[in-house]
Structure formats: C-alpha cells, structure tokens
Design a protein around this ligand. Sequence first.
Ligand code: NJP
Length: 231
Amino acid sequence: MTRPTALITGASRGIGRAIAVRLATTYDLVIVAREQASLDETAAAARTMGAQVQSLPLDVSDSAAVATMLADVDADLLVNNAGVAVMRPFLEMTAEEWHRMVDVNINALYHVTRAVLPGMVKRGRGHVCTIGSIAGRNTFAGGTCYSGTKHFVMGFAESLMLEVRDAGVGVSVIMPGSVDTDLFPPGIDRTWMLEPDDVASAVAFAVSTPPHMLVHRLEVRPLSPKRPRTV
Ligand code: NJP
C-alpha cells in the first residue's frame, strides 16, 4: 500500500523536526528548510521510522523558489510550520526584522499553500495544518509584529477552512504556548515549557481524525510556568 505524503516546512529543527519524525510512522515526507545539514538529520531520523523522505533546501519566503521546487509535490497533508520570532518593543525593532517575520510567518503561507492546495482540491481530499500560536489570540509587550503575524494565521486558517471544506480539504490551526526550542534567545529558562514532541502529538491528533471530522483549532499549553517539566 502506498503511504500518503506530508509536506512539512521548517523541519530542520524544533517543532517541525518533531512533527516530521512523528508523522514518519504513517506518511512519506517532503521536508523543507534552509539548513541542509540539519534537514538531512531530520530525514535520517524519519527514515528509521519507515518513511521515504525527500529533503529540499528552500527559503519559504522566496516565492519563485517555492513555486519551482514544490511544483511536482502532491501533498496529502501540508504542515505550515516554518516561523521566526523577534520579540522586541516596536521602537527597537529594525525594518529587516519586521519584514522577515511578515515574509516567513505570513507571506510564505501564501507561497507554500498556493503550491499544493490546488492538487488537494482536485483530488477531493487533503489537509492543511498551520502552526499558529497562543500569541495569535493573546497580545504581549514585544509582540507587535510576532503576535500580529500569528493573529493573521488565525484569520487565514479559519477563512481557508470555510473555503475548501466542501471540496473535502480540512484546515487546522495548532496554537501552542511556549515550547522549548531555539525560537527563544539563549539564557531564558525553558525547563517549564512544552517539548516539541508535545506539539507533534497535537498535530498527529488533528490530522488523524475520521474523514467527516475536523479539529480546526487546537490550543496546547504548558500546565504552569511555575512547574518545571518532570519528563
Ligand atoms: O522554532 P525554531 P520553533 N525558510 O526556530 C525554519 C511556532 N511557535 O520550532 O531555515 C524555510 O526551532 C527553520 O529552518 P532553517 C513558531 O512561530 C513556536 O519553535 O533551517 N524555513 C526551522 O526549521 C513557528 O511557526 C513556539 O533555519 C525557515 C524552523 O523554521 C513554529 O512554531 C510557540 C525559514 C524554526 O525552528 C516552529 O517554531 C508558539 C525560511 N525563511 C508557536 N525561516 C515556541 N517555540 O515557543 C525559518 O506558540 N525557517
């Protein structure tokens, strides 16, 4: 039996890597990120779980490169995970930081989703799962751009869900709280945060429901910032 194919962005480390390894038990994978060596490490881990893996070095904010490299990818599942965060007061943020967050967290959603969604609609089945954030619902000082981009993700995901559900395509958004990854600068206590694998579990749940059922929004949090992880 052939396996379905999952396309996962930002799979070179952190949450995306955990999602790739988790889904490798049931999907063949196309994984993308800019850093080839780390991507290859993810691919090797996923292959040990039985998946066939294609790893593509790709900047998801480069619309022309995305269109070219994903042109022949027939994805049954797309996980829009790639993201960047610079949490800094608005008046201290550079234009480059602002544009990079908008390019990766927002514009890349267009480039990547546009590349594979027509195939899903044509086949009458598929799933687009985007990693949003609790910051897409809550605001915080230092979040003018990051929180703004994640609020965008909520509007994107819910609107897209309404547009393609009748074509048999599901759209989900996973909203994690703080996760122990390199998204945070060094020196921050991350012992109380979720592990990347916790978010991978949420994704695996959201994309494995029966065809008539859709988990559209899923918020996953550390139990308490005052309680370090025990596992
Ligand atoms: O971050 P990190 P996370 N083109 O820095 C890739 C959301 N989230 O795993 O290109 C292609 O460890 C980068 O690969 P590379 C967050 O907003 C997190 O924590 O090789 N790929 C790497 O694989 C984001 O949407 C937390 O550098 C690009 C990955 O993205 C998602 O979770 C909380 C790229 C980033 O890995 C994964 O973040 C929350 C580009 N231009 C939501 N730029 C949290 N950690 O607390 C970056 O609510 N990547």
